[in-house]
Design a protein around this ligand. Sequence first.
Ligand code: PLP
Length: 392
Amino acid sequence: MKQSPLLNGNAPASLKSKPAEISGVENLIRTMLKKHKTPFMLIRKSVLEKQFARFKKAFPEVMPYYAIKANPNPKIVRTFAELGASFDVASAAEMKAVLKHGVSPSRIIFANTIKSKEDLAAARRRGVRLMTFDNEAELYKIAESFPKAHVIIRIKVANRGSVVQLSLKFGAEPDQAFYLLRKAKSLGLAPKGVSFHVGSQSTNVENYLQALELTSNIFKEAKENGMPLKIVDIGGGFPIQHFDNEIGINFERMAAVIRKQMKLLFPKQVEFIAEPGRFFAGPAGILVTQVIGRAFRDNQNFYYLNDGVYQDFSGMVFDHCKYEFKTLRRGPKYKSTLAGPTCDSFDILSNNEELPELYPGDIVYTKNIGAYSSASAVPHFNGFEPASIILV
Ligand SMILES: Cc1ncc(COP(=O)(O)O)c(C=O)c1O
């Protein structure tokens, strides 16, 4: 590992503005820097459209309900609404954020298995009838707050290899599913189907295949008992590449295998839906930050950025995500530390980045950061605001 030369913090003239390799992304960043203050998050509309088209092509029979928790920015919601997507919401506030774009309530699923009475009342008022549940107590609450609601049972399925494990918190045991659906019916609700979530950023297609098999067994049991079901909700989890050279992620190949299983296990009249979040919003986002200061500690350079773990890199905590950091500056690289702007030592992004010598004002950017980033950023901590979001 080369040691960084100890510099006084000013860029030597020979290192200033040496754009050796100019990519489309870097050109876009340079253009946007002329008009906007950092930090900013660029959301490329063409990439949102591309991800939607990829999903529709890979799963022609599946209606995607964009899980707006991934990124609820109104411009993103509007883009997907215009493209004809449906929506997965987790609360009354998210419901409102979708409905205000003129989306019909019939294009929304309230896919939080635990809902407050107030949020259920809001769903009833707004006509959002389709929702998930995973336990008996929730059924009593739904029946009281929203008689005749359409319910889908979420079952617990394997999350093997997924980065975010959702079965730790949600899902009925599959062998309880039919009992719970029958209970729903006895309470005056309309049992409609089965849902699952294989965990977010799931690269293991087996999770989907097993979950579909469990779902088909529940469909059979329900049919045999005179309560035919209609909807299979295959959830989210579809993975994206976060690093340029990452291998082992092939959405189209995964989708082909999942689709084959869907065709094998279910009759034609079954309606398939999905709840993609990361896959729709993640690849569109580019976060552009600036070095605000530097120091030499523990034998390496520390660069302090104007965005950190409390803001748009919050996915490092809540989403267990790792990011690739790039800079517009070229030159010999040294092992360096990147940190956020706050006074907390937890706010360190990486101790092990190969970076050229950077100076205050230099740009550090991260691609594929459109999902679970700004959505979970904390406003105002230490007085630092999250990045502004710019749809380009
Ligand atoms: C109920 C539900 N649906 C959909 C999603 C979106 O998942 P992903 O971003 O992995 O596609 C999540 C994510 O947590 C979820 O909890």
